[in-house]
Design a protein around this ligand. Structure first.
Ligand SMILES: *[C@@H]1O[C@H](CO)[C@@H](O)[C@H](O)[C@H]1NC(C)=O
Ligand SMILES: *[C@@H]1O[C@H](CO)[C@@H](O)[C@H](O)[C@H]1NC(C)=O
Ligand SMILES: *[C@@H]1O[C@H](CO)[C@@H](O)[C@H](O)[C@H]1NC(C)=O
Ligand SMILES: *[C@@H]1O[C@H](CO)[C@@H](O)[C@H](O)[C@H]1NC(C)=O
Ligand SMILES: *[C@@H]1O[C@H](CO)[C@@H](O)[C@H](O)[C@H]1NC(C)=O
Ligand SMILES: *[C@@H]1O[C@H](CO)[C@@H](O)[C@H](O)[C@H]1NC(C)=O
Ligand SMILES: *[C@@H]1O[C@H](CO)[C@@H](O)[C@H](O)[C@H]1NC(C)=O
Ligand SMILES: *[C@@H]1O[C@H](CO)[C@@H](O)[C@H](O)[C@H]1NC(C)=O
Ligand SMILES: *[C@@H]1O[C@H](CO)[C@@H](O)[C@H](O)[C@H]1NC(C)=O
Ligand SMILES: *[C@@H]1O[C@H](CO)[C@@H](O)[C@H](O)[C@H]1NC(C)=O
Ligand SMILES: *[C@@H]1O[C@H](CO)[C@@H](O)[C@H](O)[C@H]1NC(C)=O
Ligand SMILES: *[C@@H]1O[C@H](CO)[C@@H](O)[C@H](O)[C@H]1NC(C)=O
Length: 841
């Protein structure tokens, strides 16, 4: 045997070689969408793979050490639309590297230490819309050779070392530019001349991001008469003084949206005072956003005075604390306060406000009454609110409310019936706790409501009128609630416009047959994650528009054939995954139905059996109904064999003695016979047997040895065994003494039947009938077999006359002598025989 070390020594290089082969032949890229999208991220490629089809539109080559892009590197992929070359250690890009990529609209070059960008670097990209050149060691926009990319919409040069904000001349060619991201560079000053080009060409919709540049100075008037879509200035200022100065420097700017503030983890300002935003009065602003300003805690509402005329204000993660009431003349139409630690909620009274969002505020659990007469949209989700009464016009001071979101709050008591809020179209209570829903139809007045979400609101539906009045409702989500007796009653009668119904996680065990009958427009029902045991399609019978039925995550074992007959005709998706299917022959028609409906069933390959244990976890589709046929044959075979066995047992019981006889024949077959004849007779005829038969045969010449049960049967042995062993087996012949009594005795008949079998079995045997007295024909006929035999065979008739007796004994002796082996003592018999023969004839 080879030593282990030598074996290992041979194996290890072999395996290394094999694994090397494997890597070489291995397709490194993931085909995300065949012929379209390929991901080759971080697979150690040194060159562009050439086994990607030329039809590819999306190619991700990020995190590969490509290092060098030669010219025409991508000429084989003329259809490319998105090319990701992030962190490919690219230092050199030759002229015309992207030549031929006329359809490319996104090029990502993030994180490549590019040393030099020649003039022709981006030649050929005639359709490029988005260029991401983050972290590419760019020091200036001036030398960036993109002047010919006229289609460019978005240019991201964040995270570089750009010092100057000067927008180069070539920007006049980029007339489509909408986004310029210069964040995280080293711009410190902004001068009027830097923006010269924006005066020459009207880039009216430019969004400019200058965040994370440490700006010291903005020349006043630099942005004068400049129009921007969006200006983002976050974490730009070292202290309040600089910030204030720079904001003043923005004077004259017209901007749709101004975004200020800092980042969660990038904080510079140590304090914030109300004068900070004063400079904004000289700007024209539509929307204002501010986020993450530390120590904003201004009790002085004047800080927003310069923003009085903006239409939308959004304040995110500011420490507003005890914010005073906003002046009523503010023209805000939309106000967002997210995570602002308000305590308590501000008493709002803004006549123009249409949209109010106050979320993620964990510091106050009640609302102060609002006076917002124009309010249409109210989002109070994700707070810790408890409402002792909900909801009516007086709570929000408006009758125009269309959208109300009170989700993810605490307890909400439904007691106001939405009085004065009849315009509501969208209502969301999910994950709050709703109380008193069962007292009266809570939504009765909301005839215009389109969307209602009461998922996970701890409702236990008892009251069948819960949804009365919702005639316009299109979407009802009520997942995660419960029903009385886990039974879904007919509660949807008014919802004739409903399109989407979510009843998942409702612990439902049964569905009323008419539950959905009025929902003629329903397209989706979600009954996932309930406790249904069977799929009954009858309740869905009238849902002609139903397209999606989700019954996944139930305990459906199977369904009866008649339950599956009402599948709505328009159904296109039926989700039955994650149920407890029993893959047994009893349900084979259901399992066959699953196979037949595989077009309809979602992820039909993932539907697995729960029982029996040998099928557990195996696909339902793998169930073979042939096994049922097999087991059918097995069953019928075993039934048949049981039948045969019992039949044989019955027969054996019936012919037990005949069988014993058979066995005996085998045993005694070759042996000598002890008796000349076994006499079967009725005990009533015993006198005749003793006095006539025995005397004449045993004492005559030659003497015959008779077997008589009263004399020769062995005591202590069962009588039946005696009959067979002593009587039949040891006797050459059987004498049947037929008489009236004989026919009437069952025992005699039994003996006689055995005798017949015996005659049949042993060829030499013979039965001699003696008719002792005339038997009535009718009686004899009852014993059909005997009657037939007597008719067919000759028999001896006993007669009382002397001559008759003489003839009788002669004939009997002759019959007994037939087949008797030669015996020296019996020479006289021969004479006798001859004598008899002559006399007899
Ligand atoms: C992919 O392209 C090849 C060759 O162009 C073509 O034979 C195949 O059908 C395409 N596959 C798909 C899924 O379009
Ligand atoms: C383009 O593909 C052909 C074969 O498909 C290959 O020979 C050639 O080297 C490829 N060109 C590039 C630039 O990869
Ligand atoms: C950045 O580019 C300069 C030339 O502009 C080069 O000298 C320097 O090595 C580059 N830095 C890195 C990290 O590649
Ligand atoms: C701008 O476009 C013109 C042609 O429209 C071209 O001649 C010029 O070179 C471009 N400018 C730059 C800086 O590429
Ligand atoms: C301006 O750009 C924004 C996205 O930055 C876009 O939503 C808006 O529609 C654009 N406006 C015009 C007039 O093109
Ligand atoms: C504010 O920052 C500027 C530059 O960063 C500095 O010159 C000035 O002294 C600072 N002012 C205060 C009050 O800290
Ligand atoms: C607005 O700009 C004018 C000059 O353009 C200046 O006099 C005035 O002080 C500025 N107002 C504010 C609040 O900065
Ligand atoms: C807001 O508009 C009103 C009326 O047009 C004007 O009087 C007021 O000065 C404006 N306020 C600001 C801060 O621009
Ligand atoms: C049904 O609800 C479950 C659980 O909420 C969800 O995962 C599933 O996507 C829903 N199905 C449909 C068809 O919307
Ligand atoms: C069945 O679905 C199709 C499209 O999915 C739709 O056009 C048709 O109206 C639907 N039938 C009914 C009765 O809603
Ligand atoms: C059931 O299948 C539908 C259709 O594919 C899908 O939207 C839904 O999410 C599935 N349900 C679950 C619980 O995944
Ligand atoms: C058994 O399966 C075959 C083919 O899959 C099908 O034709 C036959 O109807 C099935 N028998 C039963 C009883 O479902």
């Amino acid at each position: 045997m080879m030593p282990v070390s030598r074996l290992a020594g041979a194996l290890i290089p072999a395996m290394t070689f094999l694994s090397y082969l494997r890597v070489e032949s291995w397709e490194p890229c993931v085909e995300v969408i065949p012929n379209i999208s390929y991901r080759c991220m971080e697979v150690n490629l040194y060159k562009i793979p050439d086994n990607i089809p030329s039809s590819a539109k999306n190619l991700d080559l990020s995190f590969n050490p490509l290092r060098h892009l030669g010219s025409h590197s991508f000429s084989n992929f003329s259809e490319l639309q998105v090319l990701d070359l992030s962190r490919c250690e690219i230092q050199i890009i030759e002229d015309g590297a992207y030549w031929g990529l006329n359809h490319l609209f996104t090029l990502i070059l993030t994180g490549n230490p590019i040393q030099h960008l020649a003039l022709g670097t981006f030649f050929g990209l005639s359709g490029l819309q988005k260029l991401v050149a983050v972290e590419i060691n760019l020091t200036s926009l001036e030398d960036f050779p993109i002047g010919h990319l006229k289609t460019l919409k978005e240019l991201n040069v964040a995270h570089n070392s750009i010092h100057s904000f000067k927008l180069p001349e070539y920007f006049s060619n980029l007339s489509n530019l909408e986004h310029l991201d210069l964040s995280n560079n080293q711009i410190r000053n902004i001068f009027r001349k830097d923006l010269q080009i924006l005066h020459q060409i009207p880039l009216l919709n430019l969004s400019l991001d200058l965040s994370l540049n440490m700006i010291d100075f903005i020349q006043p008037g630099a942005f004068k008469e400049i129009r921007l879509h969006k200006l983002t200035l976050r974490s730009n200022f070292d202290n309040m003084t600089v910030m204030k100065m720079c904001i003043q420097g923005l004077a004259g700017l017209e901007v749709h949206q101004l975004v200020m503030g800092e980042f969660k983890n990038e904080r510079n300002l140590d304090r914030f005072d109300k004068s900070a935003l004063e400079g904004l009065c000289n700007l024209t602003i539509e929307e204002f956003r501010m986020a993450y300003v530390s120590d904003f805690s201004s009790h002085d509402i004047d800080v927003f005075n310069c923003l009085a005329n903006v239409s939308a204000v959004s304040l995110v993660s500011l420490n507003l604390n005890e914010l005073e009431r906003f002046p009523e003349d503010y023209r805000w139409q939309s106000l967002e306060l997210v995570n602002c630690k308000l305590q308590p909620f501000p008493a709002l009274a803004l006549s123009s406000l249409k949209r109010f969002v106050l979320t993620a505020n964990k510091n106050s659990n009640t609302i102060v009454e609002f006076k917002l007469p124009s309010l249409e949209f109210l989002d109070l989700s994700g707070n810790v609110l408890s409402l002792r009464g909900c909801c009516s016009q007086s709570d929000f001071g408006t009758t125009k409310l269309k959208y109300l979101d009170l989700s993810f709050n605490n307890v909400i008591v439904m007691n106001s019936n939405f009085l004065g809020l009849e315009q509501l179209k969208h209502l969301d209570f999910r994950y709050s706790t709703l109380k008193h829903v069962n007292d009266f139809p809570p939504f009765l007045s909301l005839t215009k409501l389109l969307y209602l979400d009461i998922s996970h609101t701890h409702i236990h539906v008892v009251f069948h009128g819960i949804f009365l009045g919702l005639y316009s409702l299109k979407v009802l989500k009520m997942a995660g609630n419960s029903f009385q007796d886990n039974f879904l009653p007919d509660i949807f009668t008014d919802l004739t416009d409903l399109i989407f119904l979510d009843l998942s996680y409702c612990q439902l065990e049964q569905v009323s047959r008419g539950a959905f009958d009025s929902l003629l427009r329903l397209q989706v029902i979600n009954m996932s994650s309930n406790n249904l045991l069977s799929l009954d399609t009858l309740p869905f019978k009238y849902l002609h528009s139903l397209q999606v039925l989700d019954c996944s995550f139930n305990h459906i074992v199977a369904s009866k054939v008649q339950e599956l007959q009402h599948l709505p005709s328009n159904l296109t998706l039926l989700n039955l995954t994650q149920n407890d299917f029993a893959c047994i022959c009893e349900h084979q028609s259901f399992l066959q139905w699953v196979k037949d409906q595989r077009q309809l069933l979602v992820e039909v390959e993932q539907m697995v059996c729960a029982t029996p244990s040998d099928m557990h976890g195996r696909p339902v589709l793998s169930f073979r109904n042939t096994t049922c046929q097999m087991s059918k044959t097995v069953i019928s075979a075993s039934v048949l064999s049981v039948f045969i066995v019992s039949l044989m047992l019955v027969l054996a019981y019936k012919f037990y003695f005949h069988l014993m006889l058979l066995a005996g024949c085998r045993r005694y077959g070759g042996g000598e016979c002890t008796y000349d004849a076994f006499v079967i007779y009725s005990s009533q005829d015993e006198d005749w047997v003793r006095n006539e038969l025995v005397k004449n045969l045993e004492e005559g010449v030659p003497p015959f040895q008779l077997c008589l049960h009263y004399r020769d049967f062995i005591p202590g042995v069962a009588i039946a065994a005696n009959i067979i062993q002593e009587g039949f087996h040891k006797s050459r012949k059987v004498i049947v003494v037929v008489s009236q009594h004989f026919i009437q005795s069952r025992w005699c008949i039994f003996e006689y039947e055995i005798a017949q079998t015996w005659q049949f079995l042993s060829s030499h045997a013979g039965i001699i009938f003696i008719i002792l007295q005339k038997v009535e024909k009718s009686l004899l006929r009852q014993q059909v077999e005997l009657y037939r035999l007597l008719n067919r065979n000759t028999y001896l008739e006993w007669e009382d006359s002397v001559l008759g007796k003489h003839i009788f004994w002669r004939r009997l002796r002759k019959a007994l002598l037939a087949g008797k082996p030669w015996n020296p003592e019996g020479t006289a018999d021969a004479e006798n025989n001859q004598l008899e023969a002559t006399t007899f004839t």
